[in-house]
Design a protein around this ligand. Structure first.
Ligand code: PLP
Length: 386
């Protein structure tokens, strides 16, 4: 029986490094509400990421919900259909209307050229995603935002540690949110953060994530409970000691895939521009027409070999029932996103993916490629007898 290879596997530090933190928590009996580990992790992460202020959250979705509240966003928000559903769901939960703009075929990020035509008097913000950790056209987006007086909130759930021209991409726009979910590059089991530029905004966000409390008996806003607890924060401090090694391991796996897959016709890898320090959070490929199998066939044959890839992102958010009635959700409005969602496949990548498992993934992809001239196998996949 071949071992399972999942699309990702969580980064976990040695357990013995975590135990002393737990012992301290047991001793202090300080479990949440901005304890010492929460304070330490906010400082340590802001420093590591190269950002001014950072507010920890219990997960990335609550960070998104709160970011929209913090900026008092109203009406319509222009966003990408090519993301995880939490991006658009955060708009619906705030009573806002998502307006979907098509994406750029190279980066898979929102295409600034498609934004302006979707602006109406009700538009108040743009919610882009740095998809796979590859930065958006942040300058193009900011220009539009400035010209039309719109706020920009980046869903940077994939962009932990990503830099452009030596600067953190998390400093772009008005606010950025991170996710520290188990599947992300840096995790605190569940967790997230808002990155914000100034101390006053941090204060407002800190009130909002704690019911709106600004003092023992003062409530200044209808806040929510989105605080990160001390166990999560302590875990984050331990994780941070290991993140550089994890990023280096991801990079090595990425480079090895690029090399091994480069001669397979119809399998197209992604790369980040030269001025970007990428985190290799995912290994997406496009399964193009010149590959003998469709994306779904390749997904299925990998699965039969216990290799679990992921169609990420498929289907588009705009195709789900709570969105598809929107005028901007029509497939004719989103041809690039539609096309990519039909061809995209994310291959396993995580710091302790072994070379032999990576070789298995590549061998399966190669086995069906035209280069191997392995026609009978293709016929089998189609359910026909060769
Ligand atoms: C993971 C993710 C989220 C949600 O973060 P959680 O921490 O799981 O709530 C939001 N947006 C994108 C693009 C994500 O990948």
């Amino acid at each position: 029986m071949k071992n399972n290879v999942y699309v990702t596997s969580p980064l976990l530090p040695p357990l013995e490094e975590f135990i002393p933190y737990l012992e301290q928590i047991w001793e202090n009996k300080f479990l949440t509400n901005g304890g010492q580990f929460h304070q330490q992790l906010e400082k340590a992460l802001a420093e590591y990421l190269g950002v001014e202020h950072l507010c920890l959250f219990s997960n990335g979705t609550l960070a998104l919900l709160t970011a929209l509240q913090a900026l008092r966003i109203t009406g319509e928000v222009i966003t990408t259909p090519y993301s995880f559903v939490a991006t658009s769901h955060s708009l619906l939960w705030n009573g806002l209307t998502p307006v979907f703009a098509d994406i750029d075929p190279v980066t898979c990020n929102i295409d600034p050229a498609k934004i302006e035509q979707l602006i109406t008097p009700a538009t108040s913000a743009i919610l882009p995603v740095h998809c796979y950790g590859i930065p958006c056209d942040v300058d193009g987006i900011q220009k539009i935002a400035d010209a039309w007086g719109l706020k920009v909130i980046y869903d940077a759930a994939h962009a932990f540690g990503v830099k452009k021209d030596g600067q953190s991409v998390l400093n772009c726009g008005d606010l950025s949110i991170l996710s520290f979910h188990a599947t992300k590059v840096f995790n605190t089991f569940e967790g997230g953060a808002i990155i914000c530029p100034d101390a006053r905004m941090k204060q407002r966000i800190d009130y909002l994530k704690n019911f709106g409390f600004a003092g023992e008996t003062t409530v200044v806003a209808p806040g929510i409970n989105a605080k990160m607890n001390e166990v999560q924060a302590a875990f984050g401090l331990v994780q941070l000691q290991h993140i550089d090694g994890a990023l280096a391991a991801r990079r090595a796996i990425y480079e090895r895939y690029c090399e091994l897959l480069s001669d397979i016709d119809g399998i197209e890898s992604f790369s980040a521009p030269d001025n970007v320090e990428w985190n290799h959070a995912y290994y997406p490929v496009l399964v193009n027409e010149s590959y003998p199998l469709s994306r779904d066939q390749l997904y299925d044959v990998l699965k039969e070999e216990n290799i679990y890839s992921r169609r990420y992102f498929y289907p588009l958010i705009s195709s789900f029932s709570m969105y598809r009635h929107l005028p901007s959700a029509s497939p004719q409005n989103l041809p690039v996103a539609e096309g990519i969602s039909q061809k995209i496949l994310c291959l396993p990548i995580f710091p302790d993916l072994s070379e032999s498992d990576q070789d298995r993934v590549v061998a399966m992809i190669r086995q069906y490629s035209a280069a191997s001239a392995n026609q009978p196998l293709v016929a089998q996949v189609d359910g026909e007898v060769a």
